[in-house]
Design a protein around this ligand. Structure first.
Ligand SMILES: Nc1ncnc2c1ncn2[C@@H]1O[C@H](CCC(=O)c2cccc(C(=O)O)c2)[C@@H](O)[C@H]1O
Ligand SMILES: [Zn+2]
Length: 349
């Protein structure tokens, strides 16, 4: 992807560009309005009840602090109605950014452990998914992820919720691993990923976000990752970059997330350019957009700036996500064609 001509206004082009998002968290996408509304319902919570104060609350000193704040928002999700409202509103926010398809990472263990009935949880996310598709045209699929720091008990429970035919939601396509990486080695989760893959789910663990390249190697070799969440530290290992490029294993890059959690010091130091120069398939994602004071369109603008992309280059990024997704081939072709048609209309003299 090289610079052909300076984009007229990348933000305007990006705002209308049809997109797919592969790495974005369910609770992490709760808008300040939704979080404030839920916090008002639960006065015992320390989460601020007004959106302005929330911006300060969502300022993190390090990754561990981010997880602490993240879990305080998880604590606000207490009823199936909270789950349904959150999910439907997240889809509304996505539709406003022309997101046609998203694989939303859900951590069911964290909700069922807090007392939400598992059947009611699955019904709530599925009802919202179908309503969002009908009302906004946004197609949602689920990734169920293990909160790694909660250990093998949470792995067992997440696998059960993902594979029990009486519970597994129709929209479930993948199986992930989130939470802190430090002190949470990937290999211990191999038996759970093996069983999830055997049940037809795609493996998409986080790796290399706050630890080195070995975590990414482990995700590839032990967890048979088809995509890598973040993979930021891959840039430290040329052999790993070559492996990712050769085997077309996409990275789910979340630039502002890496700055907000202090995984990367400044955007200009972000390794996204090294990834592209090494031939690695890069997708652009927002991770936990309201918590990081960003949204997907902003992440595309950041990537376009760091990679020096014009409209065609930006459109290629969007198509990378479509092709790296687990949507059916017909669905992929439909969105890719929409991206091309939009781009040609935009560039027509
Ligand atoms: N950028 C991110 N990088 C990594 N993860 C991210 C990111 N953004 C969001 N998450 C989510 O944060 C959660 C963390 C949950 C967690 O650590 C934990 C620990 C102990 C107990 C419990 C519990 O619920 O009992 C939960 C994960 O579920 C994950 O999906
Ligand atoms: Zn994430």
């Amino acid at each position: 992807m090289t610079q052909q001509h300076a984009p007229r206004d990348p933000h305007a082009f990006i705002a209308g560009l049809p997109k797919a998002e592969l790495h974005v968290h369910h609770v992490g996408s709760a808008s300040p309005r939704i979080v404030a509304e839920l916090a008002a319902r639960h006065p015992d919570s320390k989460v601020p009840t007004d959106p302005e104060a929330l911006a300060d609350y969502f300022t993190f000193t390090d990754f561990a602090h981010f997880i602490q704040v993240y879990l305080s928002v998880v604590d606000l999700i207490r009823t199936p109605e909270d789950v349904r409202l959150l999910t439907y509103e997240v889809a509304r926010d996505m539709a406003r950014q022309q997101v046609r398809y998203a694989e939303l990472t859900v951590t069911p263990y964290s909700s069922t452990r807090r007392g939400i009935d598992e059947r009611a949880f699955m019904d709530a996310i599925e009802d919202a998914r179908k309503a969002a598709e009908a009302d906004f045209g946004t197609v949602l699929r689920w990734c169920f992820d293990i909160p790694g720091e909660a250990g093998l008990e949470s792995a067992e429970e997440t696998l059960r919720l993902a594979t029990d035919e009486r519970l597994r939601p129709e929209g479930l396509v993948s199986f992930g691993l989130g939470g802190p990486e430090i002190g949470v080695p990937r290999p211990q989760f191999k038996p759970y990923f093996d069983r999830a893959i055997a049940a037809g789910l795609h493996s998409v663990p986080h790796a290399g976000e706050t630890t080195g390249p070995q975590t990414v190697w482990d995700a590839l070799t032990e967890l048979r990752a088809e995509r890598i969440g973040h993979g930021t530290s891959s840039a430290q290992d040329p052999k790993l970059l070559a492996h990712l490029a050769e085997h077309r294993i996409p990275l789910e890059v979340c630039p502002t997330s890496n700055i907000a959690t202090r995984a990367v010091r400044t955007l200009d130091e972000h390794p996204i350019k090294e990834f592209v120069e090494a031939g690695v398939l890069v997708t652009v994602n927002s991770d936990d957009p309201p918590m990081f004071g960003t949204d997907l369109n902003t992440e595309y603008a950041v990537a376009a700036r760091l990679l020096g992309l014009d409209e065609r280059g930006i459109a290629e990024l969007a198509k990378n996500a479509v092709h790296a997704s687990f949507l059916d081939e017909a669905g992929k072709a439909r969105i890719a064609e929409e991206i091309d048609a939009y781009t040609e209309r935009w560039l027509a003299p």
